[in-house]
Design a protein around this ligand. Sequence first.
Ligand code: NAD
Length: 274
Amino acid sequence: AAPDEAAQADAEDEQPTGWVEQITPGRFTGQTVIVTGAASGIGRAVASRVAREGGRVVAADISEEKLGELAATLTDLPAGAEVVPVAGDISDQADVERMVLAAGDRVDALANVAGIMDDMSAIHEVTDTLWERVLRVNLEGTMRLTRAVVPSMLTAKEGRIVNVASEAGLRGSAAGVAYTASKHAVVGLTKSNAVMYAKHGIRTNAVAPGGVATGIPVPGQAEFGAPVLRPHQINILSLATAEELAASITFLLSKDSVNLNGAIIASDGGWSAV
Ligand code: NAD
């Protein structure tokens, strides 16, 4: 590597944020939380944190193998905590019904984290196949899970839903037209839910991550500028960690976010403030 790259790699190795997870014991005790995309990256970190804070987690993901790995790592959980893996596709209605069935009578909170990237196509390049695939997972999957959990929340007169949008849901992005449109739509879905269910005690908020080091395949990573220093980030690290995103998301999933509804929280170290 060129000297600059080597120095940057060293700096990153030596430069943890200094932040450590502030586990709140019992924050989710007695609650059932569905987390999609729970086998990898941000969803995995959310599932892990909710379980370690006492919750019963329905861990939903299309990757059965990686879900097994998650359950195997989460041993020694507090009393009442549990991880129930459910393999399935969030864009498939029958699979979504199985996920919600696994939750039992009541769903206290839902984290719609699962999502896919696109191949960075601009609109004159986008194929029907790519457009439909990205919209089906990122938008329709979020709609299907939400539609399936709302009845139990209406009965309980309480519930929290957290959607994962993106920096690309807040402004134009080179991430691709399908991805950018899907994440803007997730923002719209979030605000619509917030308004429509406010009087029923159901709060819906979204987190818009900036760059996060996860397993999400990013086509043409070099074009995005793989790990770069962003001086405006508070922690001046290049990419956030999945655990840092989970800290934002679990706050919104918890009852402590009581006064937030329809909020789109940029969890990006300040990127979108510039
Ligand atoms: P990831 O690839 O590590 O995790 C995504 C998970 O979703 C995977 O386990 C995958 O198997 C699962 N999944 C994909 N399609 C599915 C489907 N149809 N049904 C069920 N599960 C499915 O990615 P990540 O970075 O943790 O991404 C999580 C969310 O964060 C996504 O919505 C993504 O768009 C968003 N996001 C990520 C970044 C980033 O830089 N990583 C930035 C902004 C937004």
